[in-house]
Design a protein around this ligand. Structure first.
Ligand code: PEP
Ligand code: MN
Length: 336
């Protein structure tokens, strides 16, 4: 919903604005500066305040609510997301313990995927991540082993009591990925591939939607709405960094967006510090910052031997670093 607040004749617009701000709202004057304003719109990212409370502000005449352009997403606010995994149901978001999803950038062999799944299980992770289909910047890079890798991932997840999150890049692969994955990943590069969103939604599985490298929050929410409209039962947002000025940290991890989607919007959001930073030494501090900002889970790359990784080795956590992260997560749960 977006909210429109109309003022009484002769009301002091500045005083009304002050009163609304005191309630935690972010009022924007309609058509003029605040002094001459006839009313205000309230940013949909403001704190939720009841209509009655707004109407009680001195000088307010009428408060109108207009439907938002992502009603399906709005209807899922503050809801726990149930992900059916072979071992039962994994609950994510809305006060559930933060979830560790980890694994290699790419599934490279049956053996590597099993080793990763074992590391994730030992670290207390709940989801195995790993790509069978890899989006790569150049056509000459390793692009994943495709269908065979999907079954390595599925088998390894099952053998270690984990759920599976894996990316789909093409409409042609949605059935195969939809059958293997417990949570389907839409990568950053495909956030606004609307044909893909439609096909993935039709799988009727929960989806993890990464933010596009230069996408606004509104575009991100609307991409989620596309998925829900097409049949996805739930969408988990995943922040993975946006384009910024510094190449040394690869992308800018927009934690303000994480806090806003979580605490203001009431959505479920993961953070992927691996693709945000692109370097192993920053993953742990950024993961902790993400949890402090309200992340419901972390998506982490790890590899038994990062030096030999086919892709993203420099950002893959070493096994001992993954277990340290697991400890940090469990300590956080104990202190809640
Ligand atoms: C990934 O998670 O494997 C990946 C390619 O991430 P992104 O879409 O964020 O680049
Ligand atoms: Mn990667």
């Amino acid at each position: 919903m977006s909210t429109v607040i109309l003022l009484k004749e002769g009301a002091d617009a500045n005083a009304v604005r002050h009163g609304l701000s005191e309630l935690g709202l972010w009022p924007q004057p309609i058509g003029n500066d605040a002094r001459g304003a006839r009313g205000f719109t309230v940013s949909p990212f403001s704190k939720h305040v009841s209509l009655k409370t707004i109407e009680a502000v001195d000088g307010v005449d009428e408060v109108l609510e207009t439907p938002s352009t992502h009603p399906r997403l709005d209807a899922l606010k503050q809801r726990v997301i149930d992900i059916s995994i072979r071992q039962g149901t994994l609950q994510v978001g809305a006060g559930s313990p933060a979830v560790l999803a980890a694994g290699p950038c790419a599934a490279e062999s049956e053996e590597q995927v099993h080793r990763c799944a074992q590391m994730v299980q030992q670290a207390g992770g709940k989801l195995l991540r790993g790509g069978a289909y890899k989006p790569r910047t150049t056509p000459y890079s390793f692009a994943g082993f495709g269908a065979p890798a999907l079954s390595w991932l599925r088998d390894a997840a099952d053998a270690h009591g984990l759920g599976l999150v894996t990316e789909v890049m093409s409409e042609h692969d949605t059935d195969a990925v939809g059958q293997s994955a417990d949570l389907i990943q839409i990568g950053s590069r495909n956030m606004q591939n609307f044909a893909l969103l439609k096909a993935v939604g039709a799988c009727q599985k929960p989806v993890m939607l990464k933010r596009g490298v230069a996408s606004t929050l509104s575009e991100w929410r609307h991409a989620a709405e596309h998925l829900l409209h097409a049949g996805a039962p739930h969408v988990i947002f995943c922040a993975r960094g946006v384009r910024g000025p510094s190449e040394e940290t690869r992308n800018v991890l927009d934690l303000g967006a994480v806090a806003l989607l979580k605490h203001v919007d009431g959505h479920t959001i993961f953070v992927d510090p691996s693709h945000a930073a692109g370097r192993r030494d920053l993953i742990l501090p950024l993961a902790q910052a993400a949890l402090a900002a309200g992340a419901d889970g972390l998506l982490i790359e790890t590899h038994p031997n990062p030096g030999s990784a086919h892709s993203d080795g420099p950002q893959a956590l070493l096994p001992e670093e993954l277990s340290l992260l697991g400890q940090i997560l469990s300590q956080q749960e104990l202190s809640r």
